[in-house]
Design a protein around this ligand. Structure first.
Ligand code: SF4
Length: 493
């Protein structure tokens, strides 16, 4: 016989709209809250950032009476604990004060930080994938486990961009679509790998702070520039060793002898002619189709982009270097008597120049920026008059951070923020099965400004009160620019 637990043996979690009944010793649906001896507890410890190795630029320019700054705005400074919202808990519905409203003396200024794990139904991630490879057409649907979770955005310089999540995928599709989207966002924000497929494009493995894996192949380098920029950067190193150099690029293929850089260096016309649409001298668009070959084209053989050489200008023995925008692919040719390019051993100086291009490329990485809107009820946990918080943020009196990471606040209405998940402590994100993402958000301001905007002053506690034994302490790394983990574990948790 199955023993039914009586509702009175359970406690009700009211930290999100799901309102779980949780039995003794069990956790709720999100694994964030549990029933311990009849008490509702948050399972992850409150996270404190304890030290910082570097000072950031001032985030909030608090002006003193003399016009100088009385605090440089760096929230996460050496020797000063910063209470993040990671593990702080959620208040729902938000008319209640935020879980922690912490006062702290910062260089003689009374400051307050209001921390909440916000439930974000309006949220997603922007993903930057450093690669030349064509991963799929703009606006193509991105799928995880067969469900649509986002789309391909406009490419940026050397990077492909994805927009994933958002309220339409979380709430506007099937229940499974919402669940899969939320799970993918949670993993990406917590720096785990997510496998995805782009309609009409590539299969990807994306993980913040790691190289992307595209159709099973790990990407290594981010391009040094477009084909034209590469000509500009390296022309001087080529002129003594090659008569013509073509930098193959899906977007802007560069041709040395026609390019302004080549002309300035006295490179004479070679009669080497390139397919595609000529934009300006030495710059060609659409020399091939997008793909995963040379310079983000579909080329395995770069000679496919050449037309027959101009017989009036080209000459037998002409030295031709073809190279990609990362320097990973290169080939050297000399024209034969019939003015056809023939593969030839590459001179050491040209090989070195290709290696120099590769040396100038940065490692390819995936970057994941959490983006969410705190324009709704979350603000009520901060103040009785929510619009004042929005105004205070816009007036730069209140600094917004996510798990201690500086958040970019979008102009316009609401408090729509963007923050790099690599700058947050690990496992900073959670979820609730509504579905929505749970993300840390902190508002820091002067105590007097907090009072002025109608803050919950009765709920303000000194920082020493929350720095108990059971907090998780992390320290900032920051000293090594190649170390993409900004925080390291310091103690418990
Ligand atoms: S899903 Fe989590 S936060 Fe929501 S009610 Fe259940 S235990 Fe509480």
């Amino acid at each position: 016989m199955t023993r039914r637990t009586r509702p009175e043996d359970k406690i009700r979690c009211d930290a999100c709209p799901v309102l779980c009944y949780i039995a003794e010793g069990r956790a709720g649906a999100c694994d964030r809250y549990a029933n311990r001896g009849g008490e509702l507890v948050r399972l992850d410890p409150l996270t404190i950032i304890e030290t910082a190795a570097e000072k950031g630029t001032p985030a909030v320019p608090f002006l003193g009476e003399d016009g100088g700054t009385d605090w440089d705005g760096d929230l996460v400074q050496s020797g000063r604990p910063f209470v993040t919202a990671v593990g702080a808990g959620t208040t729902y519905p938000d008319y209640k004060p935020a879980p922690f409203i912490v006062s702290q003396d910062i260089e003689g200024v009374d400051m307050v930080t209001v921390v909440t794990e916000g439930i974000f139904s309006y949220c997603g991630v922007k993903v930057k994938i450093d690669t030349d490879r064509h991963i799929g057409p703009e606006a193509a649907t991105v799928r995880v486990d067969g469900e649509a979770v986002g789309h391909v955005m406009t490419s940026e310089y050397g990077s492909r961009m994805l927009s994933l999540g958002g309220v339409d995928h979380l709430t506007g599709g099937s229940k499974r679509e919402g669940r899969v989207t939320c799970d993918a966002l949670l993993k990406l924000c917590n720096r785990e790998a997510v496998q995805m497929e782009i309609e009409g494009g590539a299969r990807l493995s994306v993980q913040a702070g790691h190289a992307p894996v595209i159709d099973g192949e790990e990407e290594k380098l981010m391009r040094v520039g477009c084909g034209s920029a590469t000509i500009g950067m390296f022309a001087a190193q080529w002129v003594a060793h090659a008569d013509e150099v073509i930098v193959v690029d899906d977007h802007i293929t560069g041709v040395l002898s026609e390019h302004q850089a080549g002309k300035a260096l006295g490179v004479k016309p070679t009669g080497i002619r390139v397919k595609g649409r000529r934009s300006t001298p030495g710059r060609y668009f659409q020399v091939a189709r997008p793909g995963t070959g040379w310079g983000g084209t579909d080329l395995a053989d770069p000679l496919e982009i050449l037309k027959e050489a101009d017989r009036k200008r080209a000459w037998p023995g002409l030295r031709l270097l073809m190279v990609s925008t990362t320097g990973e692919q290169y080939a050297y040719f000399e024209l034969d008597e019939a003015l056809r390019p023939r593969s030839a051993p590459i001179p050491p100086a040209l090989r070195a120049s290709a290696e120099r291009i590769a040396e100038n490329c940065e490692p390819s990485l995936c970057s994941v920026l959490f983006m969410g809107g705190a324009g709704g009820s979350l603000r009520a946990g901060v103040t009785e008059n929510p619009v004042r918080l929005t105004r205070s943020v816009k007036e730069a009196l209140t600094h917004v951070s996510c798990g201690g990471a500086d958040a970019y606040v979008w102009p316009g209405g609401g408090i729509t923020v963007m923050a790099d998940v690599m700058e947050m402590p690990t496992n900073a994100f959670g979820y609730v099965p509504t579905p929505a993402l749970v993300a840390p958000i902190e508002f820091t301001m002067r105590l007097e400004d907090y009072a002025a905007l109608g803050g919950h002053m009765d709920a303000v506690r000194p920082v020493a009160e929350v720095l108990g034994e059971d907090v998780r302490r992390v320290g900032q790394i920051g000293a090594d620019p190649h170390d993409t983990r900004r925080y390291r574990w310091k103690g418990k948790g």
